[in-house]
Design a protein around this ligand. Structure first.
Ligand code: GLC
Length: 783
C-alpha cells in the first residue's frame, strides 16, 4: 500500500494529515466573505480583508515548494535553551507527534515536542473581521516547564505588488497599547492605484496572555545573517520593543508560561482589522474571553454543517459521500465564493463566468444566496449585453470581457435558478447595468443571447473572439473571423432552454424565434463541424481547423465531443461516435485529457494555450472542468460504468491514495492534472480554485444519481455503477425534503421500473411538487 499521509475521519467531515512532510502544502481556506485566511498544514499562509490581492493583511509570497511565509508561534524551553515551532515551520525541528485536521470552517494543528503538547485551533468568526487561534499547551513530561511563547507574522497591509519592502517599510505606523499591537499604513495603492492614499483600517494582534515584551521591527527580530528559522529575538530572548515609523513591521509578542507536570493551559490569539482603536478594543474584549471564543467556534461549525447538509447522499462509495456531502460544497463556497483565493492562485476578483458556475453549488444550499450572486453578475453586464470578465468587489474595477461565451453563463444560471426554485418572478426583477440604465433579469438574459447571436462568422457559427470557455485560445480569433464549435454547442443549449422558458412564461413569439435560431445553428454545426469520427473544435482566423484528424497537434478536443451530447445538438449516433472517439483517443491512466496531442511550440495564431508546457493546464492537461462535462455526457448516453471509471480516476479522494503522484489535497478538486504529454503526468495542480468542484457535485447528484431539478419537479433518472445496490439521498427542493431511496436489486445501471412517492406509485419519472415544507418519501426501483 502506498503511503497515504492522512485520512478522512469516519463521517468525512475532517481530513487528518499525519505528517508534516508533504509533497505540497495541503491547506484550508477559512473565510467569512470579508476577512479570510489561508492556512497550510505547517502554519503557512496569510490573511486578507475582502480582497486577497489588493488588501493583504499579512505578508505572503506564493511559493508552493517552500511554504515559509505564515503566521507562526515559537515555543522556547528556557531551562534547556531550545525552541521549536508547534506547526513544524518555520523552525523545522523534528516533532515527536504531529497532526493537522482540516475541517469545515476550522483547522487544528496538534504536535508534541519533548513532552510539550500544543494544539492550535484556527478559525474566523462569522461576522467580525478577524481570526481566532485557540491554543492549548500541555506538559506531558515529568518536570516543571518554563516556556516562552513568541508570536510572529509580517504585517503587509496592502497589495500583492508591494514587493519593494524597503520602500514600503517607510509608510507603516505601529504602536502597542493595553497588550494589543496596532499597525496601519499611510500608503495604499490597492484601492484605485493612487499613490496618495492611506490604508483605511488598523490591523491588530493580541492574546489572552499578558505579554512580557514585544517587537515591531523585522530587522531587530531576525538579527544579522539569520532568518525566521533562527531569529535572534527568540534565540536570545531579547525584544527591543520597537514601535513607531520607518521600519518593516512584524507582530511579535513574547509571553511566559509555566506548566507543572500534567498541567494544561489555554490561551487565545486574535489577529484582525478594525476601523479604529475603540472598535478593535470592543471586539478584542469579546473574543479574548474563552467562553465567547468557544461559542463562536461552535457557531462557525454549525453554520457550515447547516449550510452543507441540506442535501446529502449515502452511496456505497464513501468517497463520493464525503465529497458530495461536504467537500465539493465547502470548496466552492469557501474558496471560490467567499475568498477567490487558494495557494496556487490569488484570483481575488469575481469572474463573470466562474462564480456563475459556482452558483450551481449555492443553489443547493441557499436559494437567497444563489439569487444575490446572480444579481451581482447581472450588475456587471453592460447595456449592450457585453459583460465584465472579472471585477474586484471593493473598488468595482475590473476587465471587460472579449471572450465570446462569457455573457451566456448568466442565462445558463438564471435558467438553473428557476428550475431549482420555481421563482419566475426573478425574471421581472430590475437590475442596473454596469454602464448605464437598468432592465429586468429577463432582458439581461436576452441581451446576452443577442450579443452572441450578433457575432457570427462565415459558416454561420459563433465567433471565437478572444477565447471561448478556453481562456488559452486568445490568439485564435482576434481578427474576428475564427468560429468556435464548442460555443455553437453551448449556444444551442441556451437557445433551446431559453425558448422553453419563454414558452412557459407566455412569450410565445420569442419562444419560436429562439427555437428557430437554434435549428439553424444545429444545421450549420452539423454541416461544418463533423470531422468524420468526431466534432471539430473550431476554425482559426486563417480558416485552419482546430481539433481535426488533419491537425498534427490538437487533433481531438474533449469539450467538442462532450458538449455535442450535453447540448443535444448532435444526432444520437454521431454523438455516440464522437464520445467513443474521445474515449479512445483522450482517455489516460489519470483521466481524459482536454485534447491531444499537446501543442509543442508557441503559436501566436492559437494563443497562450500553445505557450504552456505540453501536457499542462489548458495545453492538453487533464482539465477537471472538462472532465466533469465528459462524465455528464457519458451519463446522458447511459454509459454508467464509463462515467464512474472517469470519476474514480480523477476524484481527489481516490487520487489521494497515491499522494506522491497526485501531490495536491485529497479532499478538494485540483484544476488540472498533468496530461500524458507532460513529464509530470498524473500530478495535480492548482487545487481549490476551480469551478470543477461545483460541477463534480452536479455530476454525482444530477447525472449519476440522476436527481435533477426541472420546472415541474425533481426528475429521476439514475445512471449508477452496477455494483451500487442501494442509495439514499436527502434532497432539499423548493421548501420540501425528499428522502429518496434508489433500489437496484438486479445490479443494473439504469432504467426505472417504478417510483413510489409517499406510498403511492406515480406516473412518469418526475416527482410532483408539494410546496408544503414537509418531508416526502420516495422509493425508486431500477429494472
Ligand atoms: C479557468 C478559468 C475559467 C476558464 C477555464 C478554461 O478555470 O477560471 O474561466 O473557462 O479556466 O480556460
Amino acid at each position: 500500500m502506498k503511503k497515504r499521509f492522512g485520512y478522512f475521519t469516519d463521517n468525512g467531515r475532517e481530513f487528518v494529515i499525519t505528517t508534516y512532510n508533504l509533497p505540497r502544502p495541503w491547506i484550508n481556506i477559512l473565510s467569512n466573505g470579508r476577512y479570510g485566511f489561508l492556512v497550510s498544514h505547517t502554519g503557512g499562509g496569510f490573511s486578507w480583508l475582502i480582497d486577497c490581492n489588493l488588501n493583504r493583511i499579512t505578508k505572503w509570497y506564493q511559493d508552493v515548494f517552500r511554504d515559509m511565509d505564515g503566521r507562526y508561534l515559537y515555543i522556547k524551553d528556557i531551562d534547556k535553551n531550545e525552541y521549536w515551532s508547534p506547526t513544524y515551520k518555520p523552525v523545522m525541528k523534528k516533532l515527536d507527534y504531529y497532526e493537522c485536521r482540516h475541517g469545515l470552517g476550522y483547522t487544528v494543528i496538534k504536535s508534541r515536542y519533548r513532552g510539550i503538547e500544543t494544539e492550535i485551533t484556527y478559525f474566523v468568526p462569522r461576522k467580525e473581521s478577524m481570526e481566532i487561534w485557540i491554543v492549548r499547551l500541555k506538559n506531558m513530561s515529568k518536570r516543571k516547564r518554563n516556556l516562552e511563547i513568541y508570536t510572529f507574522l509580517e504585517w503587509w497591509l496592502g497589495t500583492i505588488y508591494d514587493i519593494d519592502r524597503q520602500f514600503h517599510g517607510l509608510f507603516y505606523d505601529l504602536w502597542v497599547k493595553d497588550n494589543i499591537m496596532f499597525v496601519t499604513k499611510y500608503f495604499w495603492t490597492g484601492f484605485d492605484g493612487s499613490w496618495n492614499r492611506s490604508w483605511n483600517y488598523i490591523a491588530f494582534l493580541t492574546s489572552s496572555l499578558k505579554a512580557i515584551s514585544f517587537e515591531g521591527c523585522r530587522e531587530k527580530f531576525i538579527g544579522e545573517n539569520r532568518s525566521i528559522i533562527n531569529p535572534e529575538t527568540v534565540e536570545k530572548g531579547e525584544c527591543y520593543q520597537t514601535i513607531g515609523r520607518g521600519f518593516e513591521p512584524v507582530g511579535v509578542f513574547k509571553y511566559f508560561i509555566t506548566l507543572n507536570p500534567g498541567e494544561e493551559k489555554r490561551f487565545t490569539i486574535l489577529i484582525g482589522v478594525g476601523e479604529n482603536e475603540d472598535r478593535i478594543k470592543k471586539i478584542v474584549k469579546k473574543f479574548i474571553d474563552f467562553e465567547n471564543a468557544f461559542r463562536e467556534l461552535k457557531e462557525v461549525k454549525k453554520f457550515w454543517l447547516d449550510l452543507l447538509c441540506k442535501t446529502t447522499v449515502e452511496t456505497p462509495d464513501k468517497y463520493v459521500n464525503y465529497l458530495v456531502n461536504y467537500w465539493y460544497k465547502y470548496q466552492t463556497i469557501s474558496a471560490r465564493i467567499l475568498s477567490r483565493n487558494a495557494y496556487y492562485q490569488q484570483a481575488a476578483a469575481y469572474g463573470f463566468r466562474d462564480q456563475l458556475q459556482d452558483t450551481l453549488t449555492l443553489l443547493l444550499v441557499d436559494y437567497g444566496w444563489a439569487k444575490r450572486q446572480i444579481i451581482e453578475h447581472a450588475k456587471h453586464q453592460f447595456s449592450d449585453g457585453g459583460v465584465m470578465h472579472w471585477w474586484h468587489e471593493h473598488n468595482d474595477q475590473g476587465m471587460i470581457s472579449r471572450h465570446s461565451d462569457t455573457p451566456l453563463w448568466l442565462v445558463f444560471m438564471v435558467i438553473n435558478y428557476i428550475k431549482e426554485t420555481g421563482d419566475y418572478k426573478f425574471l421581472e426583477e430590475i437590475v442596473p447595468f454596469y454602464d448605464k440604465g437598468e432592465a429586468s433579469i429577463f432582458t439581461h438574459c436576452e441581451l446576452a443571447i443577442k450579443r452572441v447571436l450578433k457575432k457570427f462568422g462565415r459558416r454561420g457559427l459563433p465567433l471565437f473572439l478572444s477565447g471561448d470557455w478556453n481562456d488559452g485560445f486568445n490568439g485564435v480569433g482576434i481578427k474576428g473571423k475564427a468560429e468556435s464549435s464548442w460555443l455553437a454547442e453551448f449556444l444551442y443549449l441556451i437557445l433551446n432552454e431559453f425558448s422553453t422558458l419563454c414558452k412557459i412564461i407566455g412569450k410565445n413569439r420569442k419562444a419560436v424565434l429562439y427555437r428557430n435560431k437554434a435549428k439553424r445553428l444545429r444545421k450549420n454545426f452539423n454541416e461544418k463541424c463533423w470531422d468524420g469520427k468526431w466534432y471539430l473544435r473550431g476554425f482559426t482566423d486563417e480558416n485552419a481547423t482546430i481539433g481535426s484528424h488533419r491537425n498534427k497537434e490538437g487533433k481531438i478536443f474533449l469539450n467538442a465531443q462532450s458538449w455535442a451530447v450535453i447540448s443535444g445538438i448532435a444526432p444520437r449516433y454521431k454523438a455516440r461516435k464522437a464520445i467513443i472517439s474521445a474515449e479512445k483517443m483522450l482517455d489516460t491512466k489519470y483521466g481524459p485529457a482536454l485534447f491531444l496531442p499537446a501543442y509543442k511550440n508557441p503559436d501566436e495564431k492559437l494563443g497562450y494555450i500553445s505557450r504552456y508546457a505540453p501536457g499542462t493546464k489548458e495545453n492538453a492537461g487533464i482539465f477537471m472542468h472538462a472532465v466533469t462535462w465528459m462524465m455528464i455526457a457519458e451519463c446522458i448516453l447511459g454509459r454508467a460504468n464509463k462515467a464512474y471509471k472517469i470519476y474514480i480516476k480523477t476524484c481527489p479522494a481516490y487520487r489521494g491514495l497515491d499522494p506522491n503522484r497526485s501531490k495536491t489535497e485529497p479532499y478538494v478538486v485540483s484544476e488540472w492534472i498533468a496530461g500524458p504529454d507532460s513529464q509530470f503526468f498524473g500530478e495535480g495542480w492548482n487545487s481549490w480554485l476551480t469551478g470543477s468542484a461545483a460541477w463534480s457535485l452536479r455530476v454525482v447528484l444530477d447525472y449519476i444519481l440522476g436527481i435533477k431539478a426541472t420546472y415541474d419537479g425533481l426528475k429521476i433518472n439514475p445512471c449508477i455503477p452496477r455494483k451500487w445496490k442501494k442509495i439514499n439521498v436527502k434532497r432539499y427542493f423548493r421548501g420540501s425534503i425528499y428522502e429518496i431511496s434508489i433500489n437496484n436489486p438486479h445490479r443494473l445501471s439504469r432504467g426505472i421500473e417504478r417510483i413510489i412517492v409517499d406510498g403511492k406509485q406515480i406516473k412518469g419519472d418526475i416527482i410532483p411538487l408539494f410546496n408544503d415544507g414537509k418531508t416526502h418519501y420516495v422509493e425508486v426501483f431500477i429494472e
